[in-house]
Design a protein around this ligand. Structure first.
Ligand code: PEP
Length: 254
């Protein structure tokens, strides 16, 4: 039985007061649900992590970094380590979000180092994978997703996979209002589980949570969550509105 997991990626949005208010509003409205029947996480900008951790301190909502660097410390200007994220109260780290892959130019190899550093640093990585629109049109979705999963999880042992969540986020659906149909998403989630079964085994594949991300909102959350292999949602835009995100958490709770 996989517990639903709804996460909000705030990207480069909010400010100190607005972020804390957003976090508090969602925490208050999901008391008794968040962290109980549904795992909930927020990924605020680094500079607001501490204030958001404080804002949700009386709830069971987890906080994570939108990115992480794989080295432990030293001369890596602008980077943030697993130990730093832990130090300010984070439980999670996003690894390989499509904007990091395609805007910043992160490679599968770098993302794999981030996954490994998250795990060894005691954080729970959310490994994001997904194809570009031209890759989908060229029927390369499976090939791309398989490469991202295999390379992203290189050297992650079966025991360590307990820490990992995978987010399938077709790049063409992120921030575009073009959600994958529940059937399209379900098909790729099943494919991902098949890769995990080949890399590890069937039991492990059935235990890993796979989120869908890409223009998920309050209106489509329930139908996406009703798919057998969709275990949660990674949400961008709709996670910035208390009512919308609360509705999505509640949709996952039923
Ligand atoms: C995301 O940032 O991971 C995302 C899915 O964004 P949106 O929900 O806005 O498409």
């Amino acid at each position: 039985m996989r517990k639903p997991f709804i996460a909000g990626n705030w990207k480069m949005n909010t400010d100190a007061l607005g972020g804390a208010a957003l976090a508090k509003g969602i925490a208050a409205a999901t008391k008794g649900i968040a962290g109980e029947s549904v795992d909930v996480a927020f990924f605020p900008p680094f500079v607001y992590l501490q204030s958001v951790v404080a804002a949700v301190s009386s709830s069971l909502i987890g906080i994570g970094g939108q990115d992480i660097y794989f080295e432990q410390k030293g001369a890596f200007t602008g980077e943030i380590s697993a130990a730093m994220l832990k130090d300010v109260g984070c439980a999670y780290a996003l690894c390989g979000h499509s904007e990091r892959r395609h805007v910043i130019g992160e490679s599968d190899e770098l993302i794999n180092k981030k996954v490994l550093a998250s795990i060894s640093g005691g954080l729970l990585p959310v490994l994001c994978v997904g194809e570009l629109i031209e890759e989908r049109k060229a029927e390369k979705t499976n090939e791309v997703v398989e490469r991202q999963i295999r390379k992203g999880l290189k050297d992650v042992s079966a025991e360590k996979m307990e820490a990992v969540t995978i987010a399938y986020e077709p790049v063409w659906a992120i921030g575009t209002g073009l959600t994958a149909t529940p059937e399209q998403a379900q098909e790729v989630h099943v494919f991902i589980r098949g890769i995990l079964a080949k890399m590890y085994d069937k039991n492990l594949a059935n235990s890993v949570r796979i989120q869908y991300g890409g223009s998920a909102n309050a209106g489509n959350a329930a139908v996406l969550m009703s798919q057998k292999d969709i275990d949660g949602l990674l949400v961008g835009g709709a996670s910035l509105k208390v009512d919308d995100f609360v509705a999505m958490i509640k949709a996952a709770a039923v």
